[in-house]
Design a protein around this ligand. Structure first.
Ligand code: COA
Ligand code: MG
Length: 280
């Protein structure tokens, strides 16, 4: 996996030229130019042409730009893939993934393009470990709106109805060594709700969260970057382990807690993420 920090990934419908043009300057680590559900069927062809025409003109800033195509089996999938092969986006987002064989076929056609697979159905969650191990997969994305509809779940304030699916994705991604990103929070004016949702996802192990509105980006970037306290503690863990090693010991004590090599690795990961987030 590459060295990019992906905390926030902002969906931008390719049907809106104004949104596309400004999207890279919204502070998201990645933007996902969307040809799928953010675009009405009648607008699909126009959106695809606009994405392709604008791609080279987009001022990418620091954002990485991914393309979300329509799912295999839809009338637009084939033309979307042809456009993707011409555009060569930094990554391709494939929605409603359920069949590892289909993923391998897409990967073969787009050669080295990293694939980000959306898991948003019961079948997708159940085969997530195989999806994550398909060729060229760089990450899994959870889509809770489709998932809830697919399993007939309701929406609970504590998001308890998506806990099992979220955890299944984290396990599948970690077992395959790929990244994993959480669902958008659809009430885009509800900042406290977004923050709670992002914190839950981070606690479960997610690397970042997808966004549907620019106002969500700063919250998500903050939640998925190490806090000042975490950075400070990580430094002390690294120092304590170094001191212990000089004395021939493999363990040390930090804040009354025993730490060993695994904590050292975790601390270095925290410091590395903080450095890449510009926070250390
Ligand atoms: N990407 C980039 N820019 C966006 C954006 C997005 N997803 N959502 C809103 N903006 C821009 C607007 O164009 C506006 O720009 P301006 O200040 O230059 O005029 C600014 O952010 C403020 O937008 P606001 O007026 O608050 O929202 P809106 O009513 O224009 O749009 C939505 C609300 C939900 C329709 C819009 O956010 C959206 O389309 N989101 C993406 C939905 C999507 O991709 N769904 C599929 C994935 S689940
Ligand atoms: Mg979806």
């Amino acid at each position: 996996m590459d060295d990019r920090l992906r905390r926030s990934l902002l969906y931008v419908p390719a049907s809106s030229e104004a949104m596309l043009r400004k999207a890279p300057s919204r502070g998201a680590d990645a933007i996902i130019v969307d040809l799928e559900d953010g675009v009405l069927p009648d607008a699909k062809e126009g959106a695809r042409a606009r994405a392709e025409g604008l791609w080279l003109e987009l001022d990418l800033g620091l954002a990485e730009v991914l393309l979300r195509v329509n799912a295999p089996g839809t009338p637009w999938h084939e033309d979307d893939l042809l456009a993707a092969a011409r555009i060569r986006p930094a990554g391709l987002v494939l929605p409603k993934c359920e069949d590892p064989g289909t993923i391998a076929a897409v990967a073969a056609r787009l050669e080295a393009t990293p694939l980000f697979l959306m898991v948003e159905t019961a079948r997708g969650v159940l085969v997530a470990p195989e999806l994550a191990r398909a060729p060229h997969v760089a990450g899994l994305l959870f889509g809770a709106a489709d998932f809830r509809a697919n399993v007939r779940a309701s929406r609970e304030p504590d998001e308890g109805e998506i806990l099992v699916a979220r955890s299944a994705l984290v396990l599948a991604a970690r077992a395959a060594g790929v990244e994993v990103f959480d669902t958008p929070h659809f009430e885009y004016r509800d900042e406290p709700g977004l923050e709670r949702s992002a914190r839950r996802a981070r606690a479960l192990g997610f690397d970042g969260k997808t966004c549907i509105h620019p106002a969500q980006v700063a919250v998500v970037n903050r939640v998925f970057a190490p806090t000042v306290e975490e950075v400070e503690r990580a430094r002390r863990v690294v120092e304590a382990l170094k001191a212990a090693e000089r004395e021939g010991r493999g363990v040390a004590t930090v804040d009354g807690e025993m730490v060993e090599a695994l904590h050292g690795r975790e601390a270095r990961r925290t410091l590395d993420r903080a450095r890449r987030a510009g926070a250390a």
